[in-house]
Ligand binder design. Structure first.
Ligand code: SF4
Length: 218
């Protein structure tokens, strides 16, 4: 029986926070490291990204100037653990060249969010999810990140249509929730945690704290 359906997006957040506690995202020591991680995490598990970032750190090349100017093949070799390393080397260099041309973090931090988002999306290889990861976790802008886990969880809960476009979904979350960077930061991290713990491809509904309120609980 679906007891509390439909839940509000705030109620889902409250449940997840109670179940898992704070997630302390994004793993990264500097905004630039967060940006690099956001690009490298495309189509791979986070553990692989950590290995690639560790390679950059060990070789003392985790800086936009160095990445932008180094040979593509050398960079690709350091990025190998993250998968699709040739494509990611190109994307990372595209991003770093754009980042430097715009004046770096300090100059970009002065830009309004919409303008900054537009600029990020102009970089070849940066799509909406990557741009929003960067906006939220590196620039601390109140932008809600939509990913495959978000789509899966909230469509199963019966709160959104899985087929909705990225911008429509983002607007649903941003309209329904208070405009709060800390909330958006924590919410996305909790969605990822829940999607890995319970709402997997084959969901483990028996272990799910949202089961009594979920439209498709098995
Ligand atoms: S009850 Fe099952 S389908 Fe619903 S959110 Fe939990 S794990 Fe996902």
């Amino acid at each position: 029986m679906v007891k509390g359906y439909p839940m509000s997006l705030q109620q889902v957040f409250d449940h997840l926070l109670t179940a898992y506690g704070r997630q302390h995202w994004w793993p990264g020591e500097t905004p630039f490291e967060v940006m690099v991680g956001a690009i490298l995490t495309q189509n791979t598990a986070w553990g692989n990204v950590e290995k690639a970032i560790a390679n950059l750190q060990e070789n003392d090349v985790l800086a936009a100037e160095v990445i932008a100017g180094c040979g593509h093949d050398r960079l690709a070799a350091w990025l190998k653990p993250s998968g699709y390393f040739n494509i990611k080397a190109t994307r990372l260099q595209n991003f770093c060249r754009w980042y430097l041309a715009q004046g770096g973090f300090k100059a970009l931090s002065q830009r309004p969010t919409d303008e900054l988002r537009h600029g990020l999306l102009s970089v070849n290889g940066v799509g909406p999810e990557t741009a929003d990861d960067i906006l939220l976790y590196a620039f601390e802008r109140p932008v809600f990140v939509i990913d495959a886990y978000t789509r899966r969880l909230f469509s199963r809960l019966g709160l959104v249509d899985e087929k909705l476009g990225y911008e429509t979904l983002r607007s649903i979350f941003e309209t329904a929730l208070p405009t709060d960077v800390a909330l958006f930061n924590e919410y996305h991290a909790l969605i990822v945690r829940h999607a890995k713990h319970a709402c997997r491809k084959r969901p483990l509904c028996a272990t799910c704290s949202l089961a009594t309120d979920c439209l498709t609980a098995g």
